[in-house]
Write a protein that binds this ligand. Structure first.
Ligand code: TYD
Length: 207
């Protein structure tokens, strides 16, 4: 039987990395058969594409190129890592997936949902996530907590207007896609981790 596929989404500084680390520790402690991976990246070729996308040097990159590179990194990662793990019955937890492209490139860059859905057709059709956890905190509150943006990351360096658009994009995705579950993450990291574990139990992803 195919394993479950769970993806995590959120704006910059939403605490995704911290939560994924805590979840990984928990899953290891209960002996779960899982892999944890991330986008863009997760395989050697996709990590190379990640460097091109995020490099601070690549300010000339057009929006369509950016969206296509995310989609290219994704399909390689899917074929090489995610699909084999799911087919082997493992739980796959992935840091970002197609909803990131819809929020960042489709919504905030203005490329539209249709274009993003088309270039991610295989991922959406053959490997949709069983559920997505959206860590819900506004970019303003997130950057306050994080003390500013990473200077070496081209996407983080975009202004607050861009990040507000990404947040609005996620909010509109939440209304349309019931498989996305919002988790308020303004409390302590341990409170958020407990809420996430409860959600995963309620959805029969973990026991
Ligand atoms: P990363 O350092 O992994 O950021 P985070 O910890 O916030 O996930 O960088 C990934 C960046 O790429 C992040 O700014 C979100 C962006 N992104 C997109 O714009 N579209 C996508 O499809 C994906 C997967 C990520």
């Amino acid at each position: 039987m195919r394993g479950k596929f769970v993806t995590f989404e959120g704006c910059e500084g939403s605490g995704k990395s911290t939560q994924l680390k805590l979840l990984s520790e928990y899953l290891t402690s209960v002996g779960a058969d899982f892999i944890m991976t991330r986008e863009p990246g997760g395989s050697a070729i996709s990590e190379d594409i990640r460097k091109i996308i995020l490099s601070g040097k690549n300010t000339a990159m057009c929006d369509e190129c950016e969206a296509l590179l995310y989609a290219a990194a994704r399909i390689q990662h899917l074929r090489e890592v995610i699909a084999p793990a799911l087919d082997a019955g493992k739980l796959v937890v992935c840091d970002r997936y197609v909803y990131s492209s819809l929020a960042y490139q489709g919504f905030a860059r203005g490329l539209g949902e249709k274009f993003i859905e088309e270039i991610n057709a295989v991922a959406l059709r053959d490997y949709p996530p069983d559920m997505t956890v959206f860590l819900d905190i506004s970019p303003k509150d997130a950057f306050k907590r994080k003390h500013g943006a990473d200077k070496n990351d081209r996407i983080e360096q975009m202004g607050m207007d861009f990040h507000e658009k990404v947040y609005a994009g996620y909010k509109s995705l939440l209304e349309k896609h019931p498989d996305i579950c919002a988790v308020y993450c303004g409390g302590t990291k341990f409170e958020t981790a407990e809420t996430i574990r409860k959600l995963l139990r309620d959805k029969n992803i973990i026991s």
